[in-house]
Design a protein around this ligand. Sequence first.
Ligand code: ADP
Ligand code: MG
Length: 480
Amino acid sequence: MLHPIAFNTPGNNDLQSLWERARALLQNQLGDATYRSWIAPLNLHSGTAHQITLTAPTRFVREWVASHYSDDLRRAWQTQLPQVQLIEVIVGSTVASASAAKKPVAPVAMATPVPSAREYTSPAAATAVVQELSESMGAPLDPRYTFDNFVVGKPNELAHAAARRVAESDTTIAGCNPLFMYGGVGLGKTHLMHAIAWHIRKHNPNRKVLYLSAEKFMYQFIRALRFKEALEFKELFRSVDVLMIDDVQFISGKESTQEEFFHTFNALIDQNKQLIISGDRSPSDLDGFEERVRSRLGWGLVADIHSTTYELRLGILQAKLEQMRPSVQVPTKVLEFLAHKISSNVRVLEGALNRILAHAALVGTTISVENTQHVLHDLLIAHDRRVTIEEIQKQVAMHYNIKLADMHSARRSRVVARPRQVAMYLAKQMTTKSLPEIGRKFGGKDHTTVMHAVKRIEELMQVDSELADDIALLTRTLQG
Ligand code: ADP
Ligand code: MG
């Protein structure tokens, strides 16, 4: 028979110290960023000889950990307790009492929203006002931007899961408040925000949702000041249940708008209202923002959207075609050609597809790779003006603070070898050069060395979000 190891017994102290060691291993293995987001929030709940139970602060964290890190967790525990077979993660707080050790823990109750000191008007009126405000602010929701129309792939998996989670919940989710989504232009931030708003409007019409760009926020704020409506402005914003501010980088350097944003932000968080913010870079990289604002933006869940992969681009093209059901056939070869050639952002990709469809409809031809090349001539030239390997090497060396010469050297020290691999990876992604050609530019290395580097970086990016961030940033900088 298995005996639960209860808390506050000597046995459990041992268990706790084993957990500490397993955690340290995971930190090493997964990198700091992943560790901080997903492993650090877990607590030891209880254990038997074969099973360990951990608690996660929210259902979202639980689900994400269970689907992404359960093998890592099990292996880390097995280094400490070889007989452990199963790691269970439940939602709940750690209950540090012996008697409660094996009882399932009740899900953490959400703090009930504290009503604001001064309600704007009756709740129904406020909903109407917010609705009107959203509309009058000229930020209508695009009907195409729904979850159904969003293609999920590795690069946007986390942001999508978080957006869905927030949209489907009736209440604010503590671990996701604020939800900060960031990524380069045209990667789906606005699409996801609209999708959240549509979902809530449909399934939870009593929740007041306000979506607007940071630019509109500033404009409204300035207008309110001019017309001495600052108080109304404040109260309106504070009466919403879900506030979404798109492209927050817009208010970089705009001090008084930031000040107002910061107060609105704090007031809403204090009242347990849901905030969703998007930006073109992570909170810590936002220039022109006060430190306190940056740090607050990173309080909840920060989800990055990476550059698209070939597979995701192909998936998006296929999904778009399915939606549009054009009368002409678009051969798979053409879709592959587009997904291969147009890697910058999804908006451009969609534009390209629309253009070849429009052209085919107009001149009544079939669609082939040849006429696609012809129709998209200007676009393809712009894309072919790709970065050179030299530019990549220079940028990467600068980013990691190593000498440019180290890109060509044979030094194997990690400090230079990893950046070199990053540069090789980027050269493969961003140029049309072959593996042997790339190898030659890196001091005459073999093509297998380049292949290995590309694979290694791809693997690491899955587990090391800091590296993934570095690469996203470098890609953007290089694309200009
Ligand atoms: P961002 O706000 O990040 O600049 P958008 O949300 O405006 O990007 O997306 C640009 C275009 O690409 C939109 O038309 C959007 O529908 C489309 N798009 C981006 N990502 C996806 C995706 N994963 N699935 C389907 N469409 C996408
Ligand atoms: Mg946008």
